[in-house]
Design a protein around this ligand. Sequence first.
Ligand code: PLP
Length: 385
Amino acid sequence: MIQSPFNVPPVTGAEFAYIQDVIESRSLSGDGKYTKLSQIWLEQKTGTKKALLTTSCTHALEMAAFLINIQPGDEVIMPSYTFTSTANAFVLRGAKIVFVDIRPDTMNIDENKIEAAITKRTKAIVPVHYAGVSCEMDTIMDIAHRYQLYVIEDAAQGLMGTYKGRMLGTIGHIGTYSFHETKNFVSGEGGALLINDERFIERAEIIREKGTDRSQFFRGQVDKYCWQDIGSSYLPSELNAAYLYAQLEQTELILESRLSLWNEYYTHLQSLEEHHLIDLPVIPNNCQHNGHIFYIKVKNGDIRTSLINYLKAQGIQSMFHFVPLHSSPAGKRYTTFHGEDIYTTVESERLLRLPLYFDLSTVEVIVLAIKGYFMNMLEKRVLEL
Ligand SMILES: *Cc1c(COP(=O)(O)O)cnc(C)c1O
């Protein structure tokens, strides 16, 4: 049986040589050659004012919460359909998370529901670009300016996606990327903080380096370094940065492959959508996505479970995604849902992600299996008549 795993992290070739180079340099800690190369690459490619590699996107989000001075009782608005880290980073600083509903077409925060959730305590909005498809950023930035709120883009899945030609992660005050092995461009565990408002640059370097001005010391700007502020250890080892830089150099190759696989799924599954058996993802006109996730939506959670099992029996691994945070045990403690949950729960329960990775070669097999499932389902229905 042909096996189709859900994800396989990409290797494009130079990873081995770069890691060997780091080993031979006898210098493994952070902020060496490959960290610098990766940061310069990110700055040039995205146009952000400053990119800093971090140990994860989770840690980049934590740095963002430090940088905007989240205090106990502050409120942060975000979608409930996201990864735990989006909320945790702010809960760790004492914030209360306020969820608003998502849009059913993109699974992103509904920009029209944000304003009603703002109170005197609101400090920030955190849009999450699900599947590398942008949130409606013009509307979100306009609300933020009118209420003087910060916008932290959780672009964990968004590198190389754009909104009106602008790179995701560069539109808000701060943006974050993930290089976890399940994302498009990877380093095992890793992330980046994008600073688009230069007021944050100096303090970000200090927070990332255990609260010291060590970065300035290494640039020769101060003659000794010491404890300046609160902070933690958020810089990755050069071994991770070396793997990452090999990936960044090949982003176009990885992107092209993912987009063409995404388009292949889309084209071949359109007939099922025409017969109202599934819904396909929607990409708004202003957005160029990055082929991060290919999902289908079936009628309900029961059909999803039976389809997952059907595919599994044929060696195909498919996955549901985020369980809405407001329904989780920690979510009950640290969050509230503003307004009605019209789409968050219902849409998340019917979403199913299909295998999608750099060198996936079994899209045809997977499409045939999905069509086989629905043929069986329809046949059973006919027999029941
Ligand atoms: C993956 C992901 C994260 C966390 O990224 P890590 O690098 O694993 O910490 C945060 N937010 C979203 C939306 C993600 O998909």
